[in-house]
Design a binder for this molecule. Structure first.
Ligand code: NAD
Length: 329
């Protein structure tokens, strides 16, 4: 494929950083934009602009030229401990909606016609995800809308915004509903980490025979998508003709207790689990991949265990480095 000029918004974040690496491997010219540089590695972007995209003037500055493609991954975001407590609702909605409004307006003004937007499985109604074993997440089940978080409502609003620009501004935007993406170089501590990283950290930190804590009874179910497969699907969707929102996730559903057991196995540790109250999200969630299979002829197949193994090794290293630093301080 020919060399393209590409902008990645949210390039300092977990998925955005991996996406920049992949785009650079493919030989494209890449500008990254974010409030911050990537946390755990240097960016591979040709140009990286530190910019608050929720400010119209700063966002317009990042679009000082048109791009062949834009990937919009910037959002105010975190795991259940950030999204479901209710304490961050105003920031999440205001920051993320402002970013999407500004990105679309700046794209239109700069003559950029294709923006990939990272929506979320959090758009799906809570009442379809009460049964841990049979959650419903077919794309058409998003309406009538009833997401269980303001984060999900903002995603739904922004999906509609990208679709409206397709209809009224001649754009060719693409929309993915990501389901729980994980892998190395992701947030693993500090309160915004998601369950695979949080469990890897807890298990890496615990002495063999010790105890870790899990929110709820651990029987809530989820599926987890390895970040490299997420990037692959993102590129395939962006270059496809599929204009409606589509799930990008894994269908390999596990309970949180099963996930913990898998990580303990990989770590070679036997630990007890103490179940404690905490923010939980929906009872069950799995990706429904029928649409992506049908329209893109593709679905992820990397396997949870392989992805968790790579992630655990990376988090184990981070934890060990932290412990070494604390000992020498
Ligand atoms: P992340 O938090 O690592 O990355 C988001 C980035 O956006 C961060 O680097 C942050 O600094 C940046 N950002 C926030 N506000 C900004 C602003 N005002 N201006 C500029 N940059 C700003 O998250 P991620 O896991 O890489 O997720 C990327 C996208 O995918 C997000 O839109 C997220 O909602 C969506 N998503 C992720 C998952 C997942 O499991 N990781 C699941 C569903 C949807």
């Amino acid at each position: 494929m020919s060399r393209r000029r590409i902008l990645v918004c949210g390039a300092g974040g977990f998925i955005g950083n991996h996406l920049v690496n992949r785009l650079k491997e493919e030989g494209h010219w890449v500008r990254g934009a974010d409030l911050k540089y990537p946390d755990f590695s240097k960016t591979a972007a040709d140009d990286f602009q530190i910019a608050d995209l929720s400010r119209q003037d700063r966002c317009a500055g990042v679009f000082d030229t048109g791009f062949d493609e834009v990937y919009q991954l910037a959002a105010d975001m975190g795991g259940a401990g950030y999204i479901f407590t209710g304490e961050n609702d105003a920031n999440v909605m205001h920051n993320s909606a402002s970013i999407n409004l500004n990105v679309l307006e700046a794209a239109r003004r700069s003559g950029t016609s294709k923006v990939f937007y990272s929506s979320s499985a959090c758009v799906y109604p809570e009442h379809n995800q009460l049964d841990a074993n049979n959650p419903i997440t077919s794309e058409d089940s998003a309406y009538p809308a009833a997401p269980d978080s303001e984060y999900g409502w903002e995603k739904l609003f922004s999906e509609r915004l990208y679709l409206a620009f397709n209809r009224n501004a001649g754009m060719h935007n693409r929309i993915a509903r990501y389901h729980n993406v994980f892998g190395p170089l992701g947030t693993w501590t500090g309160g915004r980490e998601k369950v695979p990283a949080a469990l890897c950290r807890k298990i890496a930190e615990a002495p063999n025979g010790g105890t870790i804590e899990i929110w709820g009874d651990g029987e809530q179910t989820r599926s987890f998508l390895y970040v490299e497969e997420c990037v692959e699907a993102t590129l395939r969707l962006t270059h496809s003709s599929l204009a409606e929102p589509v799930n990008i996730g894994s269908e390999e559903m596990v309970s949180i207790n099963q996930l913990a057991a898998l990580i303990m196995d990989i770590a070679g540790k036997k630990l007890s689990i103490r179940h404690i109250p905490g923010p939980l999200g929906v009872r069950g969630r799995n990706s429904d991949n029928r649409l992506i299979r049908e329209k893109l002829g593709w679905e992820p197949d990397y396997g949870l265990a392989k992805g968790i193994e790579a992630t655990y090794r990376w988090i184990f290293d981070q934890v060990s480095r932290g412990q070494d630093a604390a000992e020498t301080a």
